[in-house]
Design a protein around this ligand. Structure first.
Ligand code: AMP
Length: 116
């Protein structure tokens, strides 16, 4: 294990806390957000315990690309053909509350820009 076992998403990865899973592979898993901000709101998380995007390094290049491609895969599988938004909140001022890197995939309604 390469992450903080007390972290909420680590507990989901370990199966200690249930989730509504939509996808998983050897590098990541994706599940529905418990407090959805859009009709479709999925989180994609790496199995590697990177607390936040600013702590990712060159060695994570492939993994980060993979997470974005999986974000597209789960968006397509959820029928978001017309478009969707991918968000990574990095750090508390940006709204990050769970310190295990995650990619939000949001869609199914019109999304305002700029975000709040
Ligand atoms: P962030 O604010 O970017 O760190 O996003 C954390 C997200 O995790 C929020 O959208 C929460 O609603 C979501 N979340 C918190 N606990 C759970 C859980 N047990 N299962 C699924 N999503 C969760």
């Amino acid at each position: 294990m390469n992450y903080d076992p007390d972290n909420l998403f680590a507990k989901i990865l370990e199966g200690e806390i249930p989730c509504n899973s939509v996808y998983e592979d050897e590098h990541c898993m994706a599940f529905r957000d418990i407090n959805p901000q859009a009709p479709s709101h999925i989180l994609v998380i790496p199995r590697k315990g990177i607390p936040q995007l600013s702590q990712a390094g060159e060695e994570d290049k492939e993994l980060l690309g993979h997470l974005i491609l999986v974000a597209n895969k789960v968006a397509q599988a959820d029928g978001l053909d017309e478009g969707y938004r991918v968000v990574v909140n990095c750090g508390e001022p940006a709204g990050q509350t769970v310190f295990h890197l995650h990619v939000h995939v949001l869609g199914g309604r019109a999304l305002d820009w700029p975000p709040g």
